[in-house]
Write a new protein. Structure first.
Length: 209
């Protein structure tokens, strides 16, 4: 973890989970949620190719021969494909909304207009100050070697790998969004409301969002 972080910080960002120039696909999955999103994307892409080939063949055939059978097939076949797509989609949506009752760590992200405040809620007590810190984006004219522009922050959130986390996001002043593509997590919240989800990071790394 230390060597990987140092190489990402001082040498290159190729080992970090960040967007690359001319990237077409998703970033490598770091959680089961993101892996499910990538698998669903690949499965749907297969059905899209199947639909393209089938519909193109039916359109060419309809220019030559027109009949009730072709119309029935053109109607039923897409419906069957939609069923095959809907079943895994609903399963993935249900798993994304599932929240653990007793996670190992709870982290609260408070969104401000130009920075975020992170709070490790499990360390709150009546006689001690909670573990809280602010995280500011490093200005684009002051990056170090290997740091990604407008993605690097001065204080990173550190979480253990292979541990169930509960993430709570709420804004302090303006509507806020908290996104980590490698984890498959995206929160959109408004003042006065909070959103939460469960995250299981499966591998060590530096994840930008």
């Amino acid at each position: 973890m230390i060597l990987r972080s140092l190489s990402c910080r001082f040498l290159t960002i190729t080992l970090c989970d960040a967007a690359e120039p001319w990237q077409l696909g998703s970033q490598d999955a770091a959680t089961p949620m993101m892996q499910g999103i990538i698998d669903l994307h690949h499965d749907i892409f297969f059905f899209l190719i199947l639909i393209l080939v089938f519909v193109s063949r039916m359109l060419v055939h309809a220019l030559i021969v027109y009949g009730t059978t072709i119309e029935i097939i053109q109607t039923i076949f897409p419906c069957v494909i939609l069923l095959f797509i809907a079943i895994p989609s609903f399963a993935l949506l249900y798993s994304m909304d599932e929240v653990l009752v007793d996670p190992s760590i709870t982290i609260k992200a408070i969104g401000h207009q130009w920075y975020r405040t992170y709070e490790y809620s499990d360390y709150n007590s009546s006689d001690e100050q909670s573990l809280t810190f602010d995280s500011y984006t490093i200005p684009e004219d002051d990056p170090e070697l290997g740091q990604s522009r407008l993605l690097e922050v001065d204080n990173r959130v550190v979480v253990p790998a292979k541990t169930h986390l509960r993430m709570i996001v709420t804004p302090a002043d303006v509507p806020h969004s908290w996104v980590v593509p490698s984890s498959g997590v995206k929160f959109d919240v408004v003042p006065g409301r909070s959103n939460l989800t469960s995250i299981l990071v499966q591998r060590e790394g530096v994840y930008y969002g």
